[in-house]
Ligand binder design. Structure first.
Ligand SMILES: Cc1cc2nc3c(=O)[nH]c(=O)nc-3n(C[C@H](O)[C@H](O)[C@H](O)COP(=O)(O)OP(=O)(O)OC[C@H]3O[C@@H](n4cnc5c(N)ncnc54)[C@H](O)[C@@H]3O)c2cc1C
Length: 537
């Protein structure tokens, strides 16, 4: 019988950090089982390559949501990384921690997860290019680029327009305050994507006590007498069993971790019964509380050249390729989101409730596979995007069948609360206000999407219901909390009612944080490892 101490299911953002931390002392045998394959792929290493990975089933689970009434009946495409590094190997690389108050909210019911605790973990993880201060770390495993050079000239106009619209420039969204407009820091190192696999997993793979097995789809957690003792997985058409002397840790992400719990008999009893799965631990919260940020882009045609002019014609692509290969620069060396911001849609709010993304680029956001993300519009185009920070809409993940090979049912329920609709309405108006400022307006030819005809509240709402989509941050489907009546795991990330089993990934967030979710997922991996190692002692 194959045996190890700790089994980690999934080598994603949290799983990679966990694998590094649990194997660091050399005392524990750690085995990672990852459904996807190697991250040694060109478009994974190339920062702007994520546009190609968006629809690549070789590295991507390619989920589709159910038709969503809040999105005028549209299905949404939900990419998730199926590869070493998980979604950190296919994401847009923006490094945002969230707001201090997000973690104060977490810490209220979950000892050890307050702002000071999480800040300490962030500082320990980071090797911030900008340098250490009260908020930022230096010398940790994860290099975070300050992204100061090689920005598109329109970034200057965007920042000036934000200032003119009343949003001051913020030199560090991950510093003292998040509010303001500014440059996005990136998980990019030496012109290559700096995924969780590259920063944490690959260096740790040199250790003898860490084994990473790829193309291994975990199909079930084995539970005996209320304790997780191992997993069953499929590899190369063969079903195998791996036993854990210490613990099984699910780091499969917000779709797959609840799916795997349910396949293993932990979840809403009636749903499991219906599929013939014996209920070992009933918990109505597994797969519930699905929280995600919903985003919309406004696009304009411009009087000045943008990346559309560089990335669309063959000679532009050639030039961009030469810039990248000869000097490690040009548009391919970055995320398309050079800058962004956080603002309040109303003065009475105590903190920002909206995030901005600035792109000197425009494209039709693909829906149902219509068009690859990297195809720029055939004119000089610019986009400013928005996403909400603390949506109140909640969706859920349910099993479609009793097989791990089948995608679960994803019900997003986007814009299903008045709160979410109203704040997005306020936000799109502010977005137009930014574009109308002199620093930007003088360079704009015309608004293309949604276009000047869309003015009334009804028309604006109808537009974002039909054009918006996920910004890829599903969270909270195995959320952390006090007890099984309200949550799936406790503050040490242990599954309520089952010994030897934890969930360590973005599904364990108690609530979604204000900003992108890679940083908090990795931080949760870091702190999860501290809890596991402390409990082992
Ligand atoms: C297209 C895209 C763009 C994004 N852009 C940004 C951004 O710019 N900035 C940001 O902060 N965040 C971004 N995100 C979100 C961020 O990357 C994720 O929130 C984060 O990576 C989630 O980490 P995780 O550990 O929860 O899961 P993941 O990183 O998704 O890892 C889960 C891993 O588990 C594996 N797995 C799942 N089930 C099984 C199983 N049964 N057996 C074996 N292995 C399994 C998966 O293959 C995967 O490797 C983006 C995400 C996407 C998809």
């Amino acid at each position: 019988m194959d045996e190890t101490d700790y089994i980690i299911v999934g080598a994603g953002s949290a799983g990679s950090v966990l694998a590094d931390r649990l194997s660091a002392s050399g005392k524990h045998k750690v085995t990672v089982l990852e459904a996807g394959g190697t991250d040694r792929r060109f478009y994974v290493q190339l920062p702007l390559g994520y546009g190609k990975l968006f629809y690549d089933p070789a590295v991507n689970w390619m989920y589709q949501t159910e038709p969503d009434p809040g999105l005028n009946g549209n299905r949404d495409h939900w990419p998730r990384g199926k590869i070493l590094g998980g979604s950190s190997s296919i994401n847009a690389m923006v490094w945002i921690r969230g707001q201090r108050q997000d973690y104060e909210d977490w810490g209220r019911d979950n000892p050890g997860w307050g702002w000071d605790d999480c800040l300490q973990a962030y500082k320990a993880m980071e090797d911030t290019e900008a340098g250490a201060d009260d908020w930022r770390g230096k010398g940790g495993p994860l290099f975070v680029s300050a992204n100061k050079s090689g920005l598109h000239p329109l970034v200057g106009n965007y920042l000036a327009a934000c200032n003119e619209a009343g949003l001051a420039t913020n030199p560090d969204f991950n510093g003292a305050v998040q509010e303001g407009a500014g440059i996005y820091q990136m998980t990019i190192k030496g012109a290559r994507r700096n995924s969780a696999a590259r920063a944490f997993l690959r260096p740790a793979m040199k250790r003898e006590n860490l084994r990473v097995t790829t193309r291994a789809l975990v199909t079930r957690v084995l539970i005996e007498d209320g304790r997780a003792v191992g997993v069953e997985y499929r590899q190369g058409g063969v079903t195998k069993v791996l036993r854990a002397r210490a613990e099984v840790i699910l780091s499969g992400g917000s779709i797959n971790s609840p799916q795997l719990l349910m396949l293993s008999g932990i979840g809403p009893g009636s749903d499991l019964h219906g599929l013939g799965i014996p209920v070992l631990q009933s918990n109505m919260n597994v797969g519930q509380n699905l929280s995600d940020h919903q985003g919309i882009n406004y696009t304009w045609s411009m009087k000045v050249p943008t990346y559309n002019d560089e990335l669309r014609p063959w000679w532009g692509k050639l030039r961009a390729g030469m810039q990248y290969f000869l000097g490690g620069g040009g548009p391919l060396a970055k995320s398309i989101n050079h800058a962004g911001g956080f603002f309040r849609t109303r003065p009475g709010l105590d903190r920002p409730n909206m995030q901005l993304y600035f792109q000197a680029f425009s494209t039709l956001i693909p829906r149902n596979g219509e068009r690859p993300l990297l195809t720029p519009d055939p004119w000089s185009g610019m986009s400013i995007g928005l996403s909400n920070c603390r949506p109140t809409s909640r969706g859920n993940i349910r099993l479609r069948t009793a097989s791990a090979e089948d995608h679960p049912v994803i019900t997003a329920n986007a814009f299903s609360t008045d709160h979410d609709v109203q704040e997005m309405l306020e936000a799109v108006k502010f977005l137009r206000h930014i574009a109308a400022q002199p620093a930007m307006a003088r360079l704009i030819k015309e608004e293309l999407r949604p276009g000047p005809k869309i003015q009334s509240d009804e028309a604006l709402i109808d537009d974002f219901r039909s054009r918006s989509g996920t910004v890829y941050h599903p969270s909270c489907t195995c959320r952390m909390g006090k007890d099984a009546a309200t949550s799936v795991v406790d503050a040490r990330l242990r599954v309520h009612g089952v010994a030897g089993l934890r969930v360590v990934d973005a599904s364990a967030f108690p609530t979604i944080i204000a900003g992108n979710t890679n940083a908090p997922a990795m931080m949760l991996g870091w702190k999860g490892a501290e809890a596991i190692l402390a409990d082992a002692r």
